[in-house]
Design a protein around this ligand. Structure first.
Ligand code: G3H
Length: 478
């Protein structure tokens, strides 16, 4: 009906003076579902200016009051779970139940963050000088954690609400102000979530949300001199942001190719269940999805049979019906996935199901006998297509895992805990899960990737610490 969602600046909902909008295409209908403002660079400048001013007084607001407001926002967010989840269904085709879970998880994250912030920011250190050679006990050093300033948060389409609040809440509890640039798909869900923070009564200008085209405001935001920290989750864009950003702390999470190594003694039913959950939930559009199965040849036939039987039970259809497999986020994403599938076909992979696609909806597909010369052995489909590589030794599996340019998570299945620990240690990833599929949560666990998977560590505690710096005051005694 031509209505364009407003952006949020200075505690108000505003129309962009650009008079331009960005369309959000519903992945299921492939028609325009919503429109958001295409903010201009001048509007970004204004938001940055306001954020800088608002941060100064926010940093002086008592910690317990900051926590109180966050608890309030968390409660409002949970109260509004239904309309926000509905947007997630329409914008990113997340299955209805998972969409509700995302919002509830987000509320819990905000509350936990408020509590954790009160604890860890409520204490500092006291050091004395005479522990270092040559010093008398004449200096007392007091340290505390102070905010960085303005934090820029850029979440991805797959968790627009949850991966926004996982940046917003730590930034705010630590005394920073926050500028949010939502992904295009998921922008309206983000605006609704921001409205919950608005209703909670945060000071004007402390939180802003600018929507628009990456080509117009993307680099402008990330290279803006007013930004003191960037927390980004997404794809390759993160690599270019890290090259262009100034001398500021960066928190980046850029995807993965999480390997699932299966030993001959593994409980194959448990493995199959985890491959389904890990590889196909939200149609494989999770950075922590299982993206390659590396199974010892002697149990490969049995495992593939078990996974095949479970794939056959997955429901395929629209997110409104709470289908297991829903349309992938965009046509270009579906085309990319198809490219990987066709390459695997040409090079002789075994198709456990026929390849089927309608619009952006791709039926779940298990590809057996994948070899290292196939693109799918290395690239991240971000879709419901999972390659199986048969290996003759554990070393071969570890080697494949470590040869990847990614290093987010990985998992190993075996009943032998000693082997599991040794394999886990040998896998060059930020996290290794023993006998379960990779996952970020629970959200207070550290979450990090190495190599092209990211910079820094997330999780509630680490994010709070990352969004602060240490300030020392030294008392010099006569
Ligand atoms: O897509 C990236 C997310 O950080 C993964 O989170 O493991 O909870 O799905 P998840």
């Amino acid at each position: 009906d031509g209505e364009v969602y407003k952006y949020y600046s200075d505690g108000e909902w505003k129309k962009s003076s650009s008079n331009k909008s960005v369309a959000i295409i519903n992945p299921t209908t492939r028609k325009t579902q919503y429109k958001v403002q295409a903010c201009s660079q001048e509007e970004v400048n204004k938001v940055m200016e306001i954020a800088k001013v608002a941060q100064k007084s926010w940093a002086k607001t008592p910690l317990w009051k900051r926590a109180e407001l966050l608890h309030k926002a968390a409660a409002i967010l949970k109260e509004h779970k239904a309309p926000i989840a509905e947007c997630l269904v329409k914008e990113i085709a997340k299955p209805a139940k998972d969409a509700v879970t995302e919002v509830v998880r987000s509320g819990d994250l905000v509350s936990y963050c408020a509590e954790e912030g009160v604890r860890i920011l409520g204490e500092g250190k006291f050091l004395v000088s005479d522990s270092f050679p040559g010093n008398e006990r004449t200096k007392y050093c007091l340290t505390s954690k102070i905010p960085l300033g303005v934090v820029l948060a850029i979440p991805p389409f797959n968790y627009p609400v949850n991966l926004a609040v996982s940046k917003i809440a730590p930034a705010l509890i630590a005394g920073n102000s926050l500028v949010l640039k939502p992904p295009t798909q998921g922008a309206v869900s983000c605006l609704h979530m921001v409205h919950c923070f608005h209703l909670a009564g945060f000071p004007k200008g402390l939180i802003s949300c600018v929507t628009g085209k990456g080509s117009e405001i993307g680099d402008f935001l990330t290279m803006h001199p007013g930004v003191n920290c960037i927390s980004f989750t997404g794809g390759d864009t993160g690599i270019s942001i890290s090259k262009k950003a100034g001398m500021i702390p960066l928190q980046m999470e850029l995807g993965g190719k999480d390997a699932c190594i299966v030993l001959e003694d593994a409980d194959l039913d448990l493995v199959a269940a985890n491959i389904i959950k890990g590889g196909f939930s939200y149609s494989g559009q999770r950075c922590t999805a299982v993206k390659v199965v590396l199974v010892i040849e002697s149990v490969a036939d049995a495992l593939v049979e078990k996974v095949k039987a479970r794939v056959a039970k997955l429901s395929v259809g629209p997110p409104e019906d709470d289908s297991d497999i829903t349309p992938v986020v965009s046509e270009s994403s579906a085309n990319f996935i198809e490219g990987l599938v066709l390459d695997a076909k040409e090079k002789g992979a075994t198709f456990c199901q026929p390849y089927k696609r309608e619009g952006n909806l791709i039926w779940p597909l298990l590809l057996d006998n994948v070899r290292p010369d196939m693109r799918i052995a290395w690239e991240e489909p971000f879709g419901p297509v999972l390659p199986v590589i048969r290996i003759s030794s554990v070393e071969e599996g570890i080697h494949h895992c470590n040869a990847s340019n990614f290093g987010l998570q990985g998992c190993v299945f075996t009943r032998d805990i000693n082997k599991a620990i040794l394999i886990g240690d040998a896998m060059e990833t930020g996290t290794v899960q023993i006998n379960s599929a990779p996952a970020r949560g629970p959200d207070h666990f550290p979450f990090q990737g190495i190599k092209d998977s990211g910079i820094g560590s997330q999780g509630i505690t680490n994010s709070i610490n990352m969004m602060t710096k240490v300030k020392s005051t030294v008392i010099n005694l006569p």
